[in-house]
Ligand binder design. Sequence first.
Ligand code: NAP
Ligand code: GLV
Ligand code: GLV
Length: 329
Amino acid sequence: MPSRVFVTREIPEVGLDIIRSNCNATVWENEMPPSREDIISLAQDCEGLVTLLSDQIDAEVIERLPRLRVIAQYAVGYDNIDIAAATRRGILVTNTPGVLTETTADLAWSLLMAASRRVVEADAYVRERRWRVAWGPKMLLGRDIFGATLGIVGMGRIGFAMARRATGFQMRVLYTSRSETDLTRRAEEELGATRVDIDTLLEQSDFVSLHTPLTEETRHLINRNRLKKMKPTAVLINTARGPVVDEEALVDALENGWIRAAGLDVFTKEPLPADSPLTRLPNVVLAPHIGSASVETRDRMAVICAENLLAGLQGRRPRDLVNEGAWKA
Ligand code: NAP
Ligand code: GLV
Ligand code: GLV
């Protein structure tokens, strides 16, 4: 008997094809996400669940899915899933690391450049017919990227890909990390990066880019006091998770010139509420959580998500297993 699987959104066909040809799959076909009650009812008899980062898979949802054995997240971050609750039940949780690293770093880099050189303001300036002087010595001045200092908070896969891009711009790279890993060693040896504490990083960097997962430890890591430590000319880039930054404090920082600009792909509440003060600030570049949004990468994510799901359902250890404890159990 093929396993029953509920897929909470239409991921790219290359992934759905693998799932459909091996499982008895139900796919949620609306653009709007299923509610938690929808997930509980449609996954009621399912052994497998494919989730997006916007699905809240908390302890109660997990408790109410009695047959569940695998949760395959279509994302690298999995802060929307109660991992402890899944592990207690022996449910394997998988994610999609690696395949989206460079694509997400590309987007973070786009935000960095756009915010620093005011690309979005400049575009509006032209479209809104405010461009009246052919070439202004002081028109839309930004700040240099080449030769500046980039501070990377969290030297993991995406942080390392950012550091590698920075070498092409002859930047000095500072970073924070809790642990020493292969990537932190390579960042130092191959890219000349220097490990510092977070406060030193904030005081010295012209660009600060966040690349940690969202955890209890990183929630509001960038708070009011830390924003005040940054240079008034600095730019903050967040492609990690919204709650890593205290968003209210960030609005104050941008309004009061504690920092110069920000480039944001992630927010405390997504979608960003229409009345968010961030939408009124000219010195912010906003994106709707599109870090991994390239055709190639979304296809790769779909394939490894499907492969991880199938491995778990067939009793093989999934390549991208998040909770080792569930496998041992
Ligand atoms: P990763 O390889 O696991 O890197 C995360 C790094 O953060 C690790 O090196 C980790 O090292 C470090 N870290 C954790 N807690 C820390 C702390 N308190 N202080 C300093 N460093 C800390 O993950 P990744 O693949 O690079 O992805 C990172 C995050 O990016 C994901 O979790 C996700 O939230 C986000 N993301 C967003 C998008 C988007 O669309 N915007 C796309 C992909 C990923 P230690 O644990 O050893 O400290
Ligand atoms: C996207 O935000 C991801 O975590 O993959
Ligand atoms: C600008 O276009 C220049 O030639 O300096």
